[in-house]
Design a protein around this ligand. Sequence first.
Ligand SMILES: [Ca+2]
Length: 389
Amino acid sequence: MKTNITLSAHSIRVSKITNALACASALSLSSLALAHGDHDHDVNDVEITVTTLAEGLVHPWGMAFLPNGDLLVTERAGGIRRLSKDGKLSGRLENVPEVVAQNQGGMLDIAIDPNFATNNTIYFCYSKASEDEDKPGSSSSVAKATLSHKGLEDVKVIFSADSIVDNGFHFGCRLTFDAEQALYVAMGDRYKYMKEAQNTNNHFGKIVRINADGSVPKSNPFTTGDAPEVFSYGHRNVQGITIHPETGAVWAMEHGPKGGDEINILENGANYGWPSITYGIDYSGEIISDKTHMDGMKQPWVYWDPSIAPSGLTFYQGEMFNEWNGDVLVGSLKFTHLRRIDVENGQAGEQFEYLRENQARIRDVEVGPDGAIYLLTDAPNGKILKLTK
Ligand SMILES: [Ca+2]
């Protein structure tokens, strides 16, 4: 597809509003926690130019920058494409495995090996068909492959979740490497199997930690159990995971049911509560748990009620939006905005919404090597957007 769309034809200039209005509209953490229907704000404290870098992607889901500035992008329907630094979008790369593209499943997140510059290795997470005749369905799997000019080589599955279920919901599948080059993979609770999120002997509702070859790090917390890959548990459906740029901690963001989306700071072996504690209720209105706190279960760093359906999580780092350094960026599917959480002394401060009038569901957020912010929009004709100042 031809790209390099000119800025003038496809850019949206977001009007700057006064500081007074920005302050009046900004949601504080406390008001967020209490107030319902409080998402009518469209707060812009800076002038942002939005450029469409590419379109025509089928539900783009995850992206990762290569060291040379090219961007790899997945399409949930199945496939990985490459947006070159000069704006050319490739067709689907060759030799990408088949996915089960059903509901929320398909080709999901993608990550680059920490040593990509020397090994050209990438990782991706997808819904993979069960190979067990007695257990039909699919589960989240991670494969690694060598990236060549045209496609993938030496594709190898390094992890397959045991949460094989015949539905298309709650795959998790976000990926990130930490500084020790361990790979964290989010595993959803597969929707109707929520109670399994409290069982550390399986992969439902977990974050797993594996080495780059799929082996289990010795310091994992449940190595004597049936699911030694588990790092933390009690998760629902993690849709964002990233490393804090200063502390090195893993931060993960998950969808609650009706209410109760959260960001958590992960600790080895910790229980994040789902579904024993939650700030949400079932979609039907039924109570899942009447508790928000229990001993031995972690509280979220922040939560949203009502839900914003967050997707894609990163910390801003760069020169371009210098005043946002260290702040949390998340996409919102439901309210079609980019959200920034001001971080002060490690705590969640004011929250700001951008681009809501663009009316595009935001599936993923990354900061490029140039300090610009890149977004994927979730649609049959999905786009890669670039935000600059
Ligand atoms: Ca929780």
